[in-house]
Design a protein around this ligand. Structure first.
Ligand SMILES: NC(=O)c1ccc[n+]([C@@H]2O[C@H](COP(=O)([O-])OP(=O)(O)OC[C@H]3O[C@@H](n4cnc5c(N)ncnc54)[C@H](OP(=O)(O)O)[C@@H]3O)[C@@H](O)[C@H]2O)c1
Length: 242
């Protein structure tokens, strides 16, 4: 198959690209660093592509308006797929995002709606936070690391990537079962565990975020339901691979 990976240089995207290539697929990486600007709408020739896996995320100034970023990028991608006759769009979303459409999750909710109504046969996989997210979501404040107050049942980004490649190979299946990790963590506790393993002595302070977004994170709106598929890779097993 020829698989285009939007965001193929990102945390999960790089795993998708590696796993798809290992499985013998031809891979087209769509990222700005490769000359393809999905949000800007340039370099989006998808001729011959059998499936697009969308794993892009905003960075820099685009992070200030995630709703605009995800709406624009998703519309551009779907239009390019329509023009090239791509038969399958696979989107990576977040467990609970569409139920709490505030802040960043407003962007993910809009992305889900556009994909479902976009006319390209689709699959949406909602995953919980990556183990990697504990560090990327933290903010440095002098000697401290601030971590959002959040309940999560995280998993390795590589496990999400493997499932996305499998879904691309299977063909359009609509809403896929949610994917989560083996156990619940408080994000700050997960970060402390990761830092200890790296012998990083910085202190982690848990910080409640404001508004509906902060409430969703705190109240467990991003936790998986009983029907979710679980990847059993523990934090310790994941740490041994990074
Ligand atoms: N992080 C989590 O815990 C988590 C959990 C579940 C789902 N997700 C979802 O997974 C997706 C990826 O997350 P991530 O953490 O892997 O993101 P990431 O590491 O920040 O990577 C973002 C990717 O998007 C690309 N990108 C950004 N703007 C672009 C543009 N205008 N055109 C083309 N490519 C662009 C980046 O490459 P360039 O900078 O080179 O363009 C990069 O490859 C997001 O949609 C996120 O909501 C994340």
């Amino acid at each position: 198959m020829k698989i285009a990976v939007a965001g193929g240089t990102g945390t999960v995207g790089a795993h998708i690209v590696r796993l798809a290539e290992d499985a013998g697929h031809e891979v087209l990486v769509l990222s700005r660093s490769n000359g393809h600007d999905v949000a800007g709408g340039s370099g989006l020739d998808l001729s011959g592509v059998d499936a697009v896996i969308d794993a892009i995320g905003p960075s820099g100034s685009a992070s200030k308006d995630p709703l605009r970023f995800f709406e624009t990028a998703t519309r551009n991608l779907l239009r390019a797929e329509q023009e090239a006759g791509v038969p399958h769009h696979v989107e990576l979303s977040i467990v609970g995002a569409a139920r709490s459409p505030y802040g960043y999750y407003a962007g993910k909710a809009a992305q889900e709606r556009l994909v479902a109504a976009g006319g390209i046969p689709w699959t949406i996989l909602r995953a919980t936070q990556f183990y990697e997210f504990a560090e990327t979501a933290s903010v440095r404040l002098g000697p401290l690391l601030l971590s959002p107050k959040m309940r999560s049942q995280p998993l390795a980004a590589a496990a999400v990537a493997a499932r996305l490649v499998e879904l691309a190979e299977t063909g359009p299946s609509g809403d896929a079962p949610d994917l989560a990790g083996p156990r619940e963590w408080r994000m700050a506790e997960l970060l402390r565990t990761i830092l200890r393993a790296k012998q990083d002595r910085r202190r982690v302070v848990e910080l409640p975020l404001p508004g509906g977004f902060g409430r969703a994170l705190r109240d467990g709106a991003c936790l998986p339901g009983p029907d979710a598929q679980l990847d059993r890779t523990s934090v310790e097993e994941w740490l041994a691979t990074v």
